[in-house]
Design a protein around this ligand. Structure first.
Ligand SMILES: C[S@@+](CC[C@H](N)C(=O)[O-])C[C@H]1O[C@@H](n2cnc3c(N)ncnc32)[C@H](O)[C@@H]1O
Length: 251
């Protein structure tokens, strides 16, 4: 089903239609995904993933990198001493690229990949010591449900770290708008041959909560200590939170 512009889905089939769109869109852009990321962020995306991995404190941990894509965050976790990293994604083409990337790396031996949907993961409750995701949350059709799923997957005391675009502070919007609305679709479109995919990127922020609201949603999903820091001129946020020890409490 073709989405109506500007990439909004409605009606009872909306969750499935958005998921199908997102999966096929990422499958199309795999070959140039890393290159375009580097160019769009002027190489800063690597630093943001390193910060994300560090906040997850992965040493000795059983770690989950949800929506692993081409595997960069999974590699960061493994290099920081994770006992085992599971990299999960619902787009098989992304996973094939991730396998190719991590295979030559020494730390790659501690990474296992699984094809799975972030909203319905095939793991038992309280499995992981830490859970990270990079540039996933805007793509989900049910963000509330996904945050509860992350909570379910983490052990009590487990750490969640989410890296994604966010709504920049109002004062910086005039500066960032031409980048997001003009340069990113043009650059991404020309390099990938897929203009629609890189128009979806800024569109995906339209219905996405701002950084403070995302903290409130994390608390509502049962997390404690929800906080965030902005990077990339405030256009990117790294949220972190902890699953409390003791009984679950959902709002
Ligand atoms: C923008 S890429 C990010 C990849 C990687 N985390 C990174 O930092 O570069 C988003 C990834 O999320 C995956 N994805 C989106 N929705 C998903 C879902 N519901 N379940 C699993 N993976 C999903 C896509 O297939 C894609 O690989």
């Amino acid at each position: 089903m073709k989405p109506k512009q500007p990439h909004t889905w409605s009606g009872p089939d909306a969750p499935a239609a958005k998921a199908a769109y997102v999966r096929s869109m990422f499958a199309r852009i795999v070959p140039r995904y890393d290159l375009i990321n580097r160019l769009m962020t002027m190489g800063l995306d690597r630093r943001w993933r390193r910060m994300t991995a560090e906040l997850a404190a992965p040493r000795g941990a059983l770690a989950l990198d949800l929506a692993t894509g081409t595997g960069d965050l999974a590699l960061e976790l493994a290099r920081r001493g994770s006992r085992l990293v599971v990299g999960a994604d619902f787009c098989p083409d992304m996973l094939f690229a991730a396998v190719e990337k991590v295979r030559p790396a020494e730390a790659g031996a501690r990474i296992a990949f699984v094809a799975a949907d972030a909203q319905r993961m095939p793991f038992a409750d309280d499995t992981f010591d830490c859970l990270v995701n990079g540039f996933l949350l805007r793509n989900l059709s049910d963000l509330h449900g996904a945050l509860r799923e992350f909570h379910r997957l983490l052990k009590p005391g487990g750490r969640l770290v989410c890296l994604d675009l966010t709504h920049p502070p109002r004062a910086l919007r005039p500066l960032l708008w031409p980048w997001f609305r003009l340069a990113v679709p043009m650059l991404g479109g020309l390099l990938s041959g897929d203009f629609d995919a890189y128009t979806y990127l800024p569109d995906s922020l339209r219905t996405y909560p701002d950084a403070e609201r995302l903290c409130a949603m994390l608390r509502a999903a049962g997390f404690a200590g929800a906080t965030f820091r902005r990077v990339g001129l405030g256009a990117v946020a790294i949220h972190s939170a902890v699953k409390p020890q003791g009984r679950r409490q959902f709002n």
